[in-house]
Design a protein around this ligand. Sequence first.
Ligand SMILES: [Zn+2]
Ligand SMILES: [Zn+2]
Length: 240
Amino acid sequence: MVNLLKSFVNFIYPPVCPVCSDLVESHGSLCAQCWAHFNWISNPKCFKCGYPFPADLDLGPKPLCPHCASGECDLDFIRSACVYDDVSKNIMLPFKHASQLKYQTLMSNSMINCLRDLNLDIDVVLPVPLAYKRLFKRGYNQATLLARPIAKHFNAVLDVDSVARKYKQDMGHKNAKQRRENVRGVFNIKKLDNIRDKKILLVDDVMTSGATFYELNRILRKAGASAVYAVSFCRVVHAI
Ligand SMILES: [Zn+2]
Ligand SMILES: [Zn+2]
């Protein structure tokens, strides 16, 4: 019955590639041509923070970037589906600012995929909170839309109210250190019991310097989280 209903829906609304509108196998998936345009992050990459290394390097099974090797990354793992470039930006920005929700399935599926080899056990999926001022202006938190199917996949609780964010001016094009200072103290924990002893996955659309993830990790650890992971759809890749 479910299959029959599915075929009927697919007949009325055939699945199309969200980028070019060509027919595809299932709703939310890209056609082969559009898929090939993305810079998907695969191995070799930093085992801890997911920083992509040049494809021709053979660095063994669990290589670390200099940042992680020096112990500067306190999160257990960070992963991103693809590199932030003109292709991913053309999905991410309309999704974030122009309600282009047709990209939601593609984005969340690719995020689930990039976590697959870690076999994570997750209690709570926590979308990076927006300040209320931004939430009311935009009408939705793009990170929550991405986090919902991810929480369902991991059979975890989607938590949108245990951590709040204060409004602060946009960070603009600041360097990593300034971004870290700018975000320090903007989050605060509202419901400690939902955090203590929990394994938490943070979800965001883009990772720029990692400052937001690092700051959330800091306060979640302080509140007793037992593990903190993070995933984003795309990430800015600086030379290191
Ligand atoms: Zn396409
Ligand atoms: Zn790393």
